[in-house]
Design a protein around this ligand. Structure first.
Ligand SMILES: *Cc1c(COP(=O)(O)O)cnc(C)c1O
Length: 366
């Protein structure tokens, strides 16, 4: 019996290997490796894919978040509302700028509970970071409504929602800036680190292009202290190949998710719920079970991998000890941290592999 991993990247590469290899060779032979035609082509193609006016290629998803808040002028003394069960990088994007995260609990869809936003707004609140976790979408109608009424900016973290839509519109295009990661395991994954922002604001596009390149538009002229967060030609070229298959990949994941939904039949776990109005990209298939650690060990005995997204919520992480939170501050989030389990979900997962996962889980007894 071969191990079924929680995630595997090679099957997706294998499917179009010749095309990736040809593109890589093309870029290597071009003699041009940073910010060139491939990056420009990818920025245009990804803007078009999302429906945003502008896309700026960056070095990572975390850089996209860091730059997003900086571009909006959010820093020291400002508060940003974010879901307490978010990935740590979401919070880092806020705090690297000197701003303070204000956490709200998730809802039954494992995402920002927008009904709690209003109560979290203070005179210091400047923005909401809407993180679209696990391929789902936040309720962007409610998020945008609260933002409008309190004059807040909205940043969307789409690192797990490439191709996810909310009432037919792509995530990342509702707020001021959409931040994407193209880390290899993401829905649209590069073969190294990469990221981008999308926006409809020309000034943000222009300033982001400057900041990603030491604060320079014109060689050796530095308008402000910037970063080095450039997307390279090799990753952009490979992303140009992969973007063509993103919808196909999401459709395949949708099928895998549907099969889990239809065939997992055990009282010991709760299946994920999809918010009505969302087409999920199924970045993860996250179940909840009070027997999580036991189920995970049992699956491993059966040579089935799984993951926990995430075992330690940011407010209890060592990195954020200085914020002064303690266990019990966000009970919904903390309960989820002990109960969530991400089942094997990857492009190229075979029907036989999924049958094995389903059978094993359906025979699990705590
Ligand atoms: C992966 C991820 C990030 C960070 O992206 P990197 O490219 O790894 O820096 C940020 N937010 C979320 C929700 C993520 O899943």
């Amino acid at each position: 019996m071969a191990m079924i991993p929680a995630n595997a990247l090679k099957p997706q590469f294998d499917l179009h290997a010749a095309e990736y290899e040809q593109k890589a060779a093309e870029v290597l032979r071009s003699g041009w490796y940073i910010l060139g035609n491939e990056v420009r082509a990818f920025e245009d193609a990804f803007a078009k894919y999302t429906g945003a006016k502008y896309c700026v290629g960056l070095a990572s998803g975390l850089d996209a978040l860091i730059l997003a808040f900086r571009l909006l002028g959010i820093g020291e003394g400002d508060e940003v509302i974010v879901c307490a069960n978010a990935y740590i990088a979401c919070v880092m994007g806020i705090t690297v700028n000197g701003a303070t995260p204000v956490f709200v609990e998730p809802d039954e869809y494992d995402n920002l509970n927008a009904d709690l936003l209003e109560a979290a707004v203070t005179p210091k609140t400047k923005a909401i970071l809407a993180v679209h976790l696990f391929g789902q979408s936040c309720d962007m109608d409610k998020v945008m409504d609260v933002a409008r009424r309190h004059d807040l900016r909205v940043v969307e973290d789409c690192a797990q929602s490439h191709g996810t839509t909310w009432h037919g519109q792509q995530t990342g295009t509702f707020g001021d800036i959409g931040c994407f990661s193209f880390y290899p395991t993401k829905g649209l994954g590069a073969f190294g680190d990469a990221g981008c922002i999308v926006t409809n604001d020309e000034a943000i596009d222009k300033k982001c292009r400057t900041l990603r390149n030491y604060g320079s538009q014109k060689k050796y002229h530095f308008e402000e202290v910037g970063m080095n967060s450039r997307l390279d030609e090799l990753q952009a070229g490979l992303l140009n190949v992969k973007l063509k298959y993103l919808d196909e990949c999401n459709a395949e994941r949708q099928q895998i998710a549907q099969r889990y939904m239809d065939e997992l039949s055990t009282e010991y776990l709760a299946l994920p719920k999809v918010r009505p109005g969302t087409v999920s990209s199924w970045h993860q298939f996250v179940i909840h079970t009070p027997y999580r650690d036991q189920l995970r060990a049992y699956l491993l005995e059966n040579e089935i991998g799984s993951e926990v997204h995430y075992p330690i919520p940011p407010h209890l992480s060592e990195a954020y000890a200085y914020l002064g939170y303690k266990p019990g501050d966000f009970p919904v989030t903390e309960k989820a941290a002990g109960e969530v389990l991400s089942l094997p979900m990857f492009n190229g997962m075979t029907a036989e592999e999924q049958t094995r996962v389903i059978d094993a889980i359906n025979h699990f007894k705590p």
